[in-house]
Design a protein around this ligand. Structure first.
Ligand SMILES: Cc1cc2nc3c(=O)[nH]c(=O)nc-3n(C[C@H](O)[C@H](O)[C@H](O)COP(=O)(O)OP(=O)(O)OC[C@H]3O[C@@H](n4cnc5c(N)ncnc54)[C@H](O)[C@@H]3O)c2cc1C
Ligand code: FES
Length: 260
């Protein structure tokens, strides 16, 4: 769907000081892992993952990091924002035993995935990590969903001290999973990848996007030239293992390489 739709913000949920969830009453019809492009008509249009989606509403969870997201934090319920989408690839839906690994504000799209996996009878374990408890989101939501759930923070301010990759490593040593999913900082997924040689997996990538419809070329990844807005943002193992830039560098709005 390329048509732009202008929607009223139905609900704003404060997750932490720097993270808000925005809910809109609209039948978006998105699949887990997909994203929308959002504008406030004041400058720029930015991609955000779908944190949850029902027939009558959907939500996105936003971290305040720069100019655009700071403006979003000034919005009130009832204000209007405009979207296009949903765009991109979505997660494979397994009905087996699966592990979901999330990091920071990257975790929310795994919530919609977990709910969808439960619906088809999967046995779902979620590990959720963040730098501090202020960055850790959706803990209660995952617990209420009925998945097996563990959280961890790097500074030990909530749960154990460490990263979600540490939790995943321990689980992968002691039990078998049929499929692994991850969303979060790229360096987290890079570290996780080295634990997954014997596993099938999919990772959700967040790279700079402009058009989101495969035209501008801003989101292509070396060396296979896949467009993350069309063939991604969810990438299966067979592509991830070919990406020479994964965990090394990404590109800014001008296409210039930025080292991680
Ligand atoms: C597929 C996808 C899904 C995303 N989902 C979420 C989400 O659910 N929640 C969330 O908080 N953020 C998400 N992001 C990142 C979000 O788009 C940026 O944080 C936001 O655009 C920052 O804008 P800003 O002006 O506030 O910050 P800026 O100061 O402009 O940038 C801060 C950081 O955001 C990145 N960024 C800026 N513009 C873009 C852009 N057009 N495309 C991608 N990255 C950009 C920059 O690389 C920079 O590291 C997602 C990005 C992608 C590609
Ligand atoms: S953002 Fe333009 S091709 Fe992907």
């Amino acid at each position: 769907m390329d048509k732009r739709v202008t929607l009223k913000i139905a609900r704003i949920t404060r997750e932490t000081e720097l993270i808000n969830t925005y809910t809109f009453k609209h039948n978006l019809g998105a699949r887990p892992g997909q994203f929308i492009m959002l504008t406030d008509f004041e400058g720029g249009e930015k991609p955000f993952s779908i944190a949850d989606c029902h027939a009558d509403e959907f939500s996105i969870t936003v971290k305040k990091v720069g100019e655009f997201t700071t403006r979003l934090f000034e919005k009130q319920e009832g204000d209007f924002l405009s979207i296009r989408g949903p765009y991109g690839s979505s997660f494979f839906i397994s009905n087996q035993k699966v592990l979901l690994v999330g990091g920071g504000y990257g975790t929310p799209p795994l919530y919609y995935l977990a709910r969808t996996l439960l619906d088809v009878g999967a046995d779902v374990t979620v590990v959720n990590g963040a730098r501090t408890k202020e960055d850790l989101v959706f803990c209660d939501r995952f617990r209420h969903l009925g998945v097996r759930y563990q959280s961890i923070t790097q500074d030990g301010s909530l749960g154990q001290e460490g990263t979600s990759v540490d939790l995943a490593r321990n689980l992968l040593k002691s039990e078998h999973f049929d499929f692994v999913y991850a969303a979060g900082p790229e360096m987290m997924m890079k570290a996780l990848m080295s634990e997954l040689a014997d596993y099938e997996y999919e990772f959700l990538f967040e790279r700079y996007m402009k058009c989101a419809i495969g035209i501008c070329g801003n989101c292509t990844v070396d060396p296979i030239g896949i467009r993350l807005c069309v063939e991604g943002p969810v990438m299966p193992k067979k592509y991830v293992v070919q990406l020479t830039e994964f965990g090394r560098y990404h590109r800014d709005a001008t296409g210039k390489r930025i080292e991680f």
